[in-house]
Design a binder for this molecule. Sequence first.
Ligand code: UDP
Ligand code: MG
Length: 309
Amino acid sequence: MKITYSIIAPIYNEFDNLPELYRRVKEVMDSSGEPWELILVDDGSTDGSTDGIRELARQDKTVRPVIFARNFGHQVAITAGWDYARGDAVVIIDADLQDPPEVILELANKWKEGYEVVYAVRGEREGESWFKLWTASLFYRIIYRITDVKIPVDTGDFRLMDRKVVDVLKQMKERHRFPRGMSAWVGFRQIGVTYKRAARVAGVTKYPFKKMLRLAINAITGFSYFPLQVATYFGFISAGVAIFAIPVVAALRLAGSHFFEGQTTTLISVLFLGGVQLISLGILGEYIGRLYDEAKGRPLYIVREAPED
Ligand code: UDP
Ligand code: MG
C-alpha cells in the first residue's frame, strides 16, 4: 500500500509516553483519511521502551519499530527514521509529546499547498526551565549569525518534509549531524508554522547540558568555519598591536623610562597569547577529530531489529 505520511519518533527511555504518543498520533493521522505509518526508533532505551515498542508493533502494523543496538543519539535516530520512511511526506516528532501531534495536520496543509519543507516554529514554550529557554534562545541566535546557511530560529526538529527532500538528506552521510541545519541547507520551498510547545507528558529531558553543548558544537562545526577564522582574526590583532607597541616600548626605554620593566608585563602577554593559542589548537582539534571520524567511515548506526516489511 502506498503510504502518504511517515511519522518518525525517536525514543530514548520514553516508556511512560509511548501509549499516549501512539494514541494521539493515531487519532490525528486517522482523521487525515490517508495511509500513514509510525516509525518508532528505539535509541538504546533501558527502561522497557523497547518491549513497549515491540508490543505496539505487534498490535498495529502501522507501527514500524527500528531498534538500535545501543544509544546513538537523537540526531542519528532521526536519520534512521529517514532511511526507513516510505511516505510521500515525512514528519519528525518528539516522543515526549512536546510537539503536539495535532500540529501535523497544519504542517500537512502547507505541504499540500506545495511547500517541500514545513518546519514548526516554537512560539510559546511550556514547562521548561529558564535556563533551558535562555540557552536555547541564545543557541538559535548564535547559529543563525555564524553559520553559512540560514537556519530558522526557535525551530527544532519537528517538521514535515517532502519525499524529494528526504531522498536528498539520505545522501548526506555526515557523522556529526544537525538535522535542522541539513534540512535548511538543501533548499527547496520552505515555510514555518508557529505552534505552542507543550510541557513533557512524562519523564525528564534526555538532553542534559553536556548533550546540548555537543549539539551546539556539531551545529557550528557542521555549518561554519567561523571558529577557525577566529584564530586568524586574533593573529592579525596581536600582530597589529605588536607592530605599534614594539617601537613605542623601544622608544620609551631609549628615553630612559622604566615603565615596561619587570616580569609582570611579560607574564601577562605570555599567558594571554598562550591561552589564545591553546584555544585555537583545541578548535583545530575539533575539526580534525571530525575529519578523522569521517575518514573511518563507520556505519552511522547499528540496527538490532528492523521493521519486518
Ligand atoms: N532522544 C533520543 N536519543 C537521545 C536523547 C533523546 O532518541 O540520546 C529522543 C527523546 O526520546 C525524545 C527526543 O529525542 O523523543 C527529544 O528529547 P528530549 O525531549 O529529552 O529533549 P528536549 O525536548 O528536552 O530538548
Ligand atoms: Mg522534550
